[in-house]
Write a protein that binds this ligand. Structure first.
Ligand SMILES: Nc1ncnc2c1ncn2[C@@H]1O[C@H](COP(=O)(O)OP(=O)(O)O)[C@@H](O)[C@H]1O
Ligand SMILES: [Mg+2]
Length: 279
């Protein structure tokens, strides 16, 4: 475990596997001195963060500290008051048009009258006039392949009410992946699920990350989930929302659930709990 204090150089989330000598790719997400305000209230203050292409960053912090606002800033759902935010080197509105990112929320938000596979295909039917702006690499995996990837083979024709909460979240994840986003923004996607379902989906999301090589920003309330998934954990503090620190999770991948019983895991867990109490 390595703890990094404030400062842009220190909040550089790197995925070494994706570093190619001599090739200078822009970060997946770059925030420079970013501020978000709602009226007089400063929701995010002076956020400096670089997330490298292909990285897995988890985000922890007390309720109301600005975790959702951070994801919404990156996806152009809230305006920036000061500073700069770019996604793969572009302004966020351009990234949105190119469909470089996708969002998964706590609620799966499936259309109840469409089957699983029809829900997965939905993004292909929306905003097709900008489809030509997608980079070549962003070709589509078939909806069938994606449902298989999330472990829902054979349930293509099920309606949402016939699926469990965990299955619905899997459909939502498959739907998010249909346009092959280079960046996946996940806001407490498993927060409403029981523990066993959450554990399974945690393993599955790591598999998906490995297979798709997409960059993931994952907000969670759960310290074990943040450690299990992330290469780094970004800890935000509240009032105003600021970066407290970024903690490297030096646990090897592939990670399987028993890693949570190791002394190293517990050490990081204790540390994060202490920090969280002071945020
Ligand atoms: N659209 C909005 N208008 C006004 N205040 C907002 C809005 N969205 C979020 N906030 C406020 O910004 C702060 C951060 O919210 P949020 O990002 O949802 O926190 P978190 O996801 O960490 O729980 C909270 O105080 C919240 O009430
Ligand atoms: Mg939130």
């Amino acid at each position: 475990m390595t703890v990094q204090k404030l400062g842009k150089n220190m909040t550089n989330v790197t995925n070494n596997m994706n570093k190619t000598a001599g090739v200078n790719t822009p970060p997946a997400v770059s925030l420079n001195n970013a501020h978000v305000r709602f009226g007089d209230m400063t929701a995010l203050e002076n956020i400096d963060l670089d997330v490298e292409d292909g990285a897995f960053l988890t985000i922890l912090g007390p309720s109301g500290c600005g975790k959702s606002t951070l994801l919404r800033l990156v996806s152009d759902l809230v305006p920036i008051a000061d500073g700069e935010v770019t996604v793969f080197g572009n302004q966020v509105d351009k990234a949105r048009l190119a469909r470089e990112f996708a969002f998964v929320f706590q609620d799966s938000t499936l259309l109840p009258w469409r089957t699983a596979i029809e829900n997965v295909r939905l993004p292909l039917e929306i905003g097709t006039k900008h489809a030509h702006k997608r980079p070549k690499a962003v070709s589509e995996k078939s909806a069938e392949e994606l449902l298989a990837l999330v472990g829902l083979e054979g349930r293509e024709d099920a309606l949402p009410h016939e699926l469990s909460g965990g299955m619905k979240q899997r459909v939502a994840i498959a739907r998010a992946l249909i346009c092959k986003p280079r960046l996946l923004l996940m806001d407490e996607p498993f927060g409403a699920l029981d523990e066993i379902t959450r554990d399974r989906l945690n393993e599955q999301i790591l598999k998906i990350w490995k297979e798709t090589k997409t960059t993931i920003l994952f907000v969670t309330h759960s310290i074990p989930e943040a450690i299990f998934l992330g290469q780094k954990v970004l800890m935000l503090e509240a009032n105003p929302g600021r970066v407290r620190e970024v903690v490297d999770i030096d646990l090897p991948y592939p990670r399987e659930l028993p890693i949570r019983e190791t002394p190293e895991f517990n050490k990081i867990s204790r540390y994060l709990r202490e920090v969280l109490e002071t945020c």
